[in-house]
Design a protein around this ligand. Structure first.
Ligand code: AKG
Length: 285
């Protein structure tokens, strides 16, 4: 595994306010999620949430994930299943819960505890937890492993509000959570040898709300139906190091992951938002 640490924010034209700070400093601030949710800043790279040896342990334990529990997608693999797989009731929701139970049966206790501690410590004004699934009286999945290999094309351009539009059922089955201001988070576990940067586009949901199809990665559709090519949109890149977490306003901001070269890009991540009464910060996938 390559352990070289590189620059995490790449590009001179930084039209979003993305802060970069060490985990201890983020804890001192204590209101990072509120700030992103309020659009005071658009994201934060929080460094060294897991140490190098803790990251290596997670990567090694990923070999213990049963092959049949891994979901193969157009972009690589996911474990456990992401919320977007729940497009109806019944069987798919059961499958989502079964995969979550497999996650908790594997030796990922340290990772999952650190993720819980991360949310509780960077947002101290309100409590943080994984939301409950209303119809099953069990919590949702806190996040999932995403593996992007070289042979796939990265992660196609999207934003969280697009997922909300495409997977409305999920938002009905989780306990009262607002949809406005959804954030994304991910911890990098392994970077690709080359590529795999997260691209942030100067393009917001209020202006662009459609694509031709999920895997389209060259253009999005403007309200008048005309194509807007991504190469013509201002952009800059985020490439956190293993053990860092990037949390950002992924609901409204269109983004994608660049194609990967060499070793797989591996992250663990999900989404973040507040409860309807603003008393709880929820994270899930
Ligand atoms: O790198 C990842 O895990 C994907 C991040 C992302 O695109 C998202 O959370 O919406």
């Amino acid at each position: 595994m390559s352990t070289q640490k590189g620059k995490t924010i790449i590009g001179d034209d930084r039209f979003y306010d993305i802060i970069e700070l060490d985990y201890q400093d983020a804890i001192q601030q204590g209101d990072i999620i509120s700030k992103i949710h309020a659009w005071d800043i658009q994201g934060a790279v929080i460094k060294n949430v897991l140490s190098e040896s803790e990251v290596n342990e997670v990567i090694q334990n990923m070999a213990k994930i049963p092959t049949e529990a891994i979901l193969h997608t157009d972009t690589g693999t996911s474990f456990p299943d992401p919320f977007a797989t729940i497009t109806n009731g019944g069987e798919r929701l059961d499958n989502y819960i079964n995969k979550k139970n497999i996650l908790y049966s594997l030796p990922f206790t340290n990772l999952l505890e650190k993720i819980d501690a991360f949310f509780s410590s960077i947002e101290t004004k309100i409590k943080s937890e994984v939301p409950e699934l209303k119809t099953r009286s069990t919590p949702a999945v806190p996040g999932n492993f995403r593996v992007l290999p070289e042979e796939k094309g990265g992660l196609f351009v999207h934003c969280g509000y697009l997922f909300q539009k495409k997977s409305p059922f999920y938002y009905e089955v989780v306990s009262d959570m607002v949809k406005e201001g959804q954030l994304s988070y991910f911890m990098v576990l392994q970077n690709a040898d080359e590529g795999g940067e997260l691209t942030l586009y100067d393009m917001l949901w209020k202006d662009i709300q459609d694509k031709d199809n999920f895997i389209e990665n060259r253009y999005v559709l403007q309200p008048n139906g005309e194509k807007l090519y991504l190469k013509d949109v201002r952009q800059f890149y985020i490439k956190p190091n293993p053990g860092d977490i990037f949390i950002f306003s992924g609901g409204p901001i269109w983004h994608r992951v660049e194609p990967v070269k060499g070793q797989d890009r591996i992250t663990f991540g999900g989404f973040v938002n507040f409860s309807a009464d603003s008393k709880t910060c929820y994270y899930w996938s």
